[in-house]
Design a protein around this ligand. Structure first.
Ligand code: FAD
Length: 291
């Protein structure tokens, strides 16, 4: 099912993100974790592509398996900046043949190898180039793209970031998923600005439950997210105790989600990564709210 149709309903819901294994030997445990999350019947699950060191070759297998075995709609991520045109075309065709309906079109992060080259030499410079390639392939995917409530780290300013975001949407995106954030006001402010800029597609806020203190540094490095004092206090107090930190992180994320729902958001994407217990606890915390 296409994400654009799923998002048209009024029901409140959660979706979850999973990532492929870094090594072939880890495939079984990742498969198990993703299946456990699928059993929770989220609105959809998205499967990253080569992010955080994960290999890209399993994205399609995991997305296909979740959809086939558990009937959970999936979004397969695809990045372009490190690929040549032939590889990207092959990946698009593989997705089409596999019956994938939703693709998250991303640029991907700049590798040290790419940094050695002039930007003009990169075959795909931005996510919009991938969106054009998908559109030109004729495949009937529902295309999603990434957006950044706190501005993409490479952007000079938010006005410029939103201008390029609008171009991405106009090129054929049906929905946007946000980078993680820990202060909902940043999201509300961003939504106001993009709506004013004429971006009307659904925006799915991304919330990451921080369940151990080490994750904090990694999350800030990856996303450049602002950490509210309330969140820092929680890490200071409970960071040394794994169980307490996990519980506090889950409650903080739950609280963020409740506030988003209370302010009119209908679907929240949870970066629970490959942790079924975290996904389940958040769902349980919201059982009456989600109905
Ligand atoms: P773009 O949209 O190309 O934007 C990158 C920068 O270029 C921004 O500063 C933007 O303002 C600017 N820009 C955009 N278009 C233009 C233009 N036409 N001209 C000039 N400047 C422009 N990474 C992975 O490797 N795998 C994943 O699966 C993955 N999933 C993600 C999912 C989400 C929801 C998010 C938020 C990020 C994800 N990422 C993933 C990380 C992502 O690849 C990085 O954030 C990357 O740095 C930017 O990707 P993008 O698609 O947003 O790029």
């Amino acid at each position: 099912m296409k994400i654009s149709s799923l998002l048209s309903g009024d029901k409140l819901s959660l979706s979850f993100e999973v990532f492929p294994p870094k090594t072939d030997t880890a495939m079984e445990s990742v498969k198990f974790a993703t299946e456990e999350i699928a059993k929770l019947s989220p609105l959809f699950m998205s499967v990253t592509y080569g992010a955080g060191g994960g290999t890209s070759k399993y994205t399609l297998d995991i997305a296909k398996n979740i959809k086939k075995q558990y009937g959970v709609p999936t979004v397969a991520h695809l990045t372009c900046v490190s690929s040549n045109r032939e590889t990207v075309r092959e990946k698009i065709e593989e997705m089409r043949i596999a019956g994938i309906e939703n693709v998250m079109a991303l640029r991907g992060d700049i590798t040290p190898e790419l940094e050695q080259k002039e930007k003009s030499e990169w075959i795909f410079q931005h996510a919009i180039d991938l969106i054009h390639e998908i559109k030109e392939s004729g495949a009937d995917f529902c295309i999603g793209a990434a957006c950044y409530p706190e501005v993409h780290p490479e952007s000079d300013n938010q006005t410029e970031d939103i201008k390029y975001l609008k171009e991405k949407v106009d090129a054929g995106c049906s929905f946007l998923t946000t980078q993680m954030f820990f202060d909902n006001n940043l999201l509300y402010n961003f939504l106001y600005k993009i709506r004013e800029a004429g971006i009307t597609v659904p925006v799915i806020p991304g919330v990451m439950p921080i369940t151990n203190a080490n994750q904090v540094e990694r999350a800030i490095k990856l996303s450049g997210s602002f950490m509210p004092q309330r969140f820092k206090n929680l890490v200071d107090k409970f960071g040394h105790s794994p169980d307490a930190m996990k519980q506090a992180g889950i409650v903080y994320a739950t609280d963020q989600i409740i506030d988003l729902f209370a302010n009119g958001i209908k679907n929240v994407h949870v970066y629970s990564m490959n942790k079924p217990d975290v996904a389940e606890k958040i769902l349980n915390n919201l059982s009456d709210i989600l109905g």
